[in-house]
Structures are given as C-alpha cells and as structure tokens.
Design a protein around this ligand. Structure first.
Ligand SMILES: Cc1cc2nc3c(=O)[nH]c(=O)nc-3n(C[C@H](O)[C@H](O)[C@H](O)COP(=O)(O)OP(=O)(O)OC[C@H]3O[C@@H](n4cnc5c(N)ncnc54)[C@H](O)[C@@H]3O)c2cc1C
Ligand SMILES: NC(=O)c1ccc[n+]([C@@H]2O[C@H](COP(=O)([O-])OP(=O)(O)OC[C@H]3O[C@@H](n4cnc5c(N)ncnc54)[C@H](O)[C@@H]3O)[C@@H](O)[C@H]2O)c1
Length: 480
C-alpha cells in the first residue's frame, strides 16, 4: 500500500469538491482530489442539466399541442422518442464534457481515482492501494437516491434519474414514486412527451411547497395533466411479464391495479456520509448520524474536517454546493485561521409548469421568527393581464412581511415565470428592503411583475403601511 502526505485532501470531484479544490489551491499546491465515480458532476451528468433538457422537449410538445388557444391550429405533435432522448444525451454529454476537460487539465499529482474512507481523523484509505495522510480534509461526497425497499419489487424495471437519461427511446408508461422536485420535473415532462404517468406520494407533500393554499392549488393543476395522489395508499408493487403491476386506492374507483413499463424512484436523496467510515473521523454527530458543522465556515466542530454540498444535507442545490465548496476549500487551505463565508438568501425553483419557487423565509420559518407579528399578501395569476395574454394565467404567489419594520421576509409561488420572480424577490430580501421600498421600484406594463406588485400592495396594506389594494386598478393599465 502506497502512502501520500498532503495538506488538503478533498473527497468527491463534484461541484462542491471542484470549488473546494480551486479555493484550497490558493493556499497550497499539495492538494489531492479523490473521486470514485466518473468525472463530470451530478449536476451535468444526471441532474440539473439533463432534466432541463428533457423539460425543454416537453415544453415544445406542450406549446405545439396548445396553440389552438391562440387560433393557431396544430395537429397533434409527432413525438420521436429516439430523437428526444438523443438530444438529451448529446447536450448532456457536451455539458459534462466541459467539466471533464477542466478536471483533466488539473496536474496529475493533484488527483486520484478511487473510493475514500476514513481510517483515522487524518488518514484516508483509497480503494486497496493508497493511504492518504491529510492535514485537512473536505468531505464533498454528494448524495444518492434513497429508494424505499418495497420499490425493489419492481426488479429490473425500477429506475432512478441516472437511468432515465440513458434511455434510447421513451417508454409507454412510468409510475413515479415521490412528487418532490425530481418527481414533478421528470414526471410532468414525460407526461407531456406522451408517456402515461401516475404519481404516488406520501404525507401530502408536493415539491418543496410549504403553504397549504399553494399546495392544494398545485395538486389540482397537476391533476389536470396526470393523476397525482400526494398521500397514496399503495398495497403492492409486483414485477410481472407486462411490466410492473401496482395496486393502490384510487380516489374514485377504490382499489385498482395498473401496470407500468417502469417505476421511477424519486423519493428523496441521502447524503453520502454513511459509507465513509465516518465514525473513524471522530466527529461530533447529530441524531441523524450527520457530522455537526457550521454553515458559515463548513467546519465540522472545531476539527480539521470540512463538509460541503449535498453531503451535508443542508441545502442540496447546485449554487449552494458551489458556494459551500469554495468556503470549505478556502478554510481547509487556511486552517486554523478560518473565516466565515458569504451565505446568500435562500432561493429554490422547481422547473415544472407552472413553476414552483421559494425564497427568503418560508411561511413556517416566518411564523417561528415573528410569532403573530407578520402579514401575508397574495395574488392569483388567473386574471393577471400579461399571464392571461400568454395563456399562462394559473397560479398563486404569497409574500410575507414583518409587522412594525415592514421588512420583506420571503415568498412562495406556483405560477408563471416563477424562476425570474424568485430572483427579483430574493435580491430584495438580501438587500433587506422593506415592502414599501420594493413598491417604489419601477414596474413596466404589461408584465407578470405587475402581479407581484399586487401581492406586495396587499401585503403593505396588511402591514398597515399602505392603502387597500384597488380591484381593477384603472391607472395601473388594463389587466395589471
Ligand atoms: C435529477 C436532478 C436534478 C437536479 N436539478 C437541479 C437544479 O435544477 N438546480 C439545482 O440547483 N440543483 C439541482 N439538483 C441538485 C444538484 O445537482 C446537487 O445539489 C449538486 O449537484 C450537488 O453537488 P455535490 O458536489 O454536493 O455532489 P456531486 O456532484 O454528486 O459530487 C459528489 C462526488 O463525490 C463522489 N464520491 C462520493 N463518495 C465518494 C468516496 N467515498 N470517495 C470518492 N469520491 C466519492 C461522487 O462520485 C461524486 O462525483 C438536481 C439533482 C438531481 C439528481
Ligand atoms: N430544480 C431544482 O432545483 C432541483 C431539481 C431536482 C432536484 N433538486 C434537489 O434534489 C433534491 C432531491 O430531490 P427529490 O425529488 O429526490 O427529493 P424531495 O425531497 O424533493 O422529494 C421526495 C418526495 O418523495 C416523497 N416520498 C418519500 N418516500 C416516499 C414513498 N415511499 N412513496 C412515495 N413518495 C415518497 C416525499 O414525500 C417527497 O415528496 C431536492 O431536495 C433538491 O434539493 C433540485
């Protein structure tokens, strides 16, 4: 067994690990990046990018099918599943290729392939042939799908997101377990591409939605396209000759059995910490078996070990992994002289249609922080001018503010252009603007942001800082 002594070892060459590597190199050239899987990152290979490519194809099919609304006749689109999947794979390979190229440009002595695990707080074993003695260590091992055991009955027809992006053609039907972020994005896209989809959830959750009104609204809208039961009663899942037979309680028909070609497990992800021999790192662990860490420094306790990205299970999103990786790498490089890194206002977007977005504090966090000293403003997009013009007039936005200070705290949305509105509003939260200050900003006409203004005016009046919202405000322009 070979031994290498390094200043900083980074486990995982995903987004967080690569950020950590670049930041650590500002302090030392004696760095080692350890990767057990393919280079290219989860985001580019099997996550953000291929999922958005599939959604783009689904949007094209959907617009084609719905152009009748505008008097533009269209025939039912012919969906060539082989071409859909070919574009997904080709573009995905292009994105992942950029990452692979840059990792290949790193000096050979800075990287090693193999699975790392702790053998002591400063020592890692990589496969069976290398011991790494590291002054400091960054854990950036990402996450993996957490599939419930009963789904294993689907046998070879059980798939996860990684498998889906390898398809050569679209299947006829897919049962999606988990109406979370991945389930909604992939399930709705498949449905729009002509695949028969049924979605099963537990406990009533839909994506990351916290507000009960928005959740109920979203459930109703998704059910117009494909059956989605967020609290399904499934009694059996069986691999049969025809595919996978699922027996469940249907709201109208009682117990029924439906057969699907595939079962997609989208039931959440678990951090890759349990397979690291983490107990040998001698860190303080929380009740879930996760290392206790500081989200500003990424340091585990007061140790020489840092944890970043999906591995820490805090905010499993790409931009957070990138920020956390940089903070962890910088601090691993400069240890023990560590610094607090910049954390941004929380923001999340689900690329369903309508999109789901959240930013700042959610309603539960608002209640916890402000007790009863908060107010919420609301707007429906059903009659909102620009949304209606575009035939995208579905959805709800709720905005939250603090009584007394008038501070804008956060928002949750299911509606048109939510990805853009979430950015505008998260920038307002980060700038610590009050609701009145946001309302002083320009609003063009006719735009979807006028709907945001209505919600903010509603909030301002409930904070007793402005007049009531005028219904059908004439000087705002028609449909504002
Ligand atoms: C289908 C899907 C869609 C998504 N869409 C979005 C989106 O639209 N927007 C968004 O913000 N986020 C999205 N995400 C989440 C985002 O992809 C992740 O938050 C992000 O990729 C996490 O980066 P990471 O560096 O923590 O992990 P990863 O990129 O997974 O990197 C971890 C690396 O560690 C390696 N590793 C693990 N264990 C070991 C070990 N013991 N030894 C050596 N190496 C090891 C792994 O092989 C892997 O390469 C999506 C995720 C999925 C699955
Ligand atoms: N657009 C984006 O930003 C984006 C896209 C995809 C993934 N992601 C990230 O990846 C993470 C993981 O996504 P995910 O969708 O796997 O997790 P998730 O936590 O969003 O959703 C999992 C869903 O599965 C349900 N579930 C759990 N057990 C179940 C069971 N036995 N049967 C049926 N349903 C069950 C849960 O109630 C939940 O609704 C997300 O939290 C997100 O951070 C982000």
């Amino acid at each position: 067994m070979q031994t290498r002594k390094v200043d900083v070892a980074i486990i995982g060459a995903g987004t967080a690990g690569l950020g950590a590597y670049r930041a650590a190199r500002e302090h030392t050239q004696n760095v080692l990046l350890i990767e057990s899987g393919p280079y290219g990152t989860t985001c580019a290979r099997v996550g953000c990018m291929p999922s958005k490519l599939l959604i783009a194809a689904a949007e094209a099919a959907y617009h084609h099918r719905h152009s009748d609304l505008f008097g533009v006749a269209s025939n039912n689109p012919h969906i060539d599943g082989r071409k859909v999947m070919e574009r997904v794979r080709n573009e995905r390979d292009r994105f992942a290729g950029f990452v692979v190229d840059s990792v290949e440009g790193f000096p050979a002595e800075h990287k090693v392939r193999g699975k790392a695990k702790f053998i002591s707080p400063h020592r890692l074993q990589v496969d069976d042939d290398l011991i790494v003695e590291a002054q400091r260590i960054v854990i950036a091992t990402g996450s993996r799908p957490n599939t419930p055991p009963f789904l294993k009955n689907a046998g070879d027809r059980l798939i996860i997101n990684d498998d889906l992006f390898e398809w050569r053609d679209l299947p006829s039907s897919v049962a999606v377990f988990g109406p979370g972020v991945i389930g909604l994005e992939l399930g709705q896209a498949l449905s729009r591409l002509g695949v028969r989809v049924r979605m099963f959830g537990v406990g009533g959750a839909i994506g990351p939605i916290q507000d009960p009104d928005i959740r109920a609204y979203a459930e109703r809208i998704f059910n117009r396209e494909f059956p989605l039961d967020p609290d399904a009663k499934v009694s059996s899942v069986k691999r049969t000759e025809q595919g996978v037979a699922i027996t469940f309680q249907d709201k109208e028909q009682g117990e029924i059995t439906e057969t699907f070609e595939y079962v997609l497990a989208a039931t959440g992800r678990r951090p890759n910490v349990d397979n690291l021999n983490i107990e040998k790192a001698e860190l303080q662990m929380d009740a879930r078996g996760m290392p206790v860490f500081d989200r500003y420094t990424m340091q585990c306790g007061d140790s020489h070990i840092f944890i970043a990205g999906d591995a820490n299970n805090d905010l499993p999103l790409l931009h957070e992994a990138a920020d956390e990786g940089r903070i962890a790498g910088d601090n691993a490089g400069r240890y023990p002289d560590i610094r607090a890194g910049k954390r941004r206002t929380p923001i999340g977007v689900v690329f369903s249609d309508p999109q789901i977005a959240f930013l700042g504090l959610n309603i539960n966090q608002v209640k916890e922080r402000c007790r009863s000293c908060y107010a919420e403003g609301v707007v429906s997009f059903e009659d909102q001018g620009r949304s209606r013009v575009m035939g995208k007039n579905l959805g709800l936005l709720k905005v939250y503010g603090e009584q007394g200070t008038g501070l804008f705290l956060g928002a949750e949305m299911f509606g048109p252009a939510a990805e853009h509105i979430a950015h505008l509003l998260s920038w307002c939260v980060q700038q610590r603007l009050t609701v009145s200050q946001i309302l002083e900003m320009p609003f063009y006409h006719p735009v979807i942001e006028e709907g945001v203004r209505t919600a903010l005016r509603d909030l301002n009046s409930k904070l007793h800082l402005g007049p009531d919202v005028i219904e059908r405000c004439l000087d705002c322009g028609p449909g504002a």
